[in-house]
Write a protein that binds this ligand. Structure first.
Ligand SMILES: [Zn+2]
Length: 209
């Protein structure tokens, strides 16, 4: 999942330098981020996906708090777009995503499908510079949870499209509409696994850059 240079043949040296400078300009300073902006999806009247009393907004906040603790232990600074059950407009979430330099933005969600068999984990990016981060988190989430791999996908969700200063991804951590996955995600033990997958993916991504 290394970043591929934007050419296939070896250009003359001066040209290579230009390409490198251009690539760095386009990609931005990926290295040495020290801040993780965690975005727990939904909140307050926006419950997100819901089955009975299982609300996505509660699962995302609980998971984000667990990730926050793990990342702090790993020596990273964490900013939460919300840390209580409040409604935060999408534009405020992406504004937080753009407020800090040397940061990454990770939005946490749980999925819903009318087809109750829908299952698994998927990670979304919008800007190509965010693809690698999505790949790392997806890989570690699968490793920690053994859920179905739905892949790393491109999508135009507001928070990952409008967060332009930093790599930004949106993670769907399993389906509330799937009875098996819902039963698992209602346990703290499983949400710990999800949080560990996200945190380990972030730490591994950081080491690789
Ligand atoms: Zn959601």
């Amino acid at each position: 999942m290394a970043f591929a240079p934007p050419y296939r043949t070896t250009p003359p040296r001066t040209l290579a330098c230009c390409w490198l400078a251009l690539a760095l300009l386009l990609v931005g300073p990926v290295a040495a981020f020290d801040t993780v902006i965690l975005d727990a999806g939904h909140g307050d009247h926006d419950r997100g996906a819901a089955i009975g009393y299982v609300y996505e907004k509660h699962l995302t906040l609980d998971t984000a708090r667990r990730v926050q603790e793990l990342l702090k232990k790993a020596g990273l600074k964490v900013v939460m777009t919300r840390s209580t059950d409040v409604f935060i407009p999408l534009r405020d979430r992406s504004a937080t995503g753009n407020r800090y330099g040397n940061a990454i933005f990770v939005s946490i969600h749980y999925n819903y499908s009318r087809n109750r068999d829908g299952a698994g984990v998927e990670s979304f990016y919008y800007h190509s510079s965010s693809y690698t981060l999505a790949g790392y988190i997806q890989a570690y989430l699968l490793k920690r949870t053994s859920l179905v791999n739905r892949g790393v996908k491109h999508a135009s969700f507001h928070v990952i499209r409008e967060t332009t200063r930093n790599p930004a991804v949106l993670i769907e951590c399993g389906f509330i509409s799937n009875a098996d996955e819902r039963a698992r995600m209602m346990t703290g033990e499983f949400r710990n696994r999800i949080a560990e997958g996200i945190a380990q993916g972030i730490v591994a991504y950081r080491k690789a850059h």
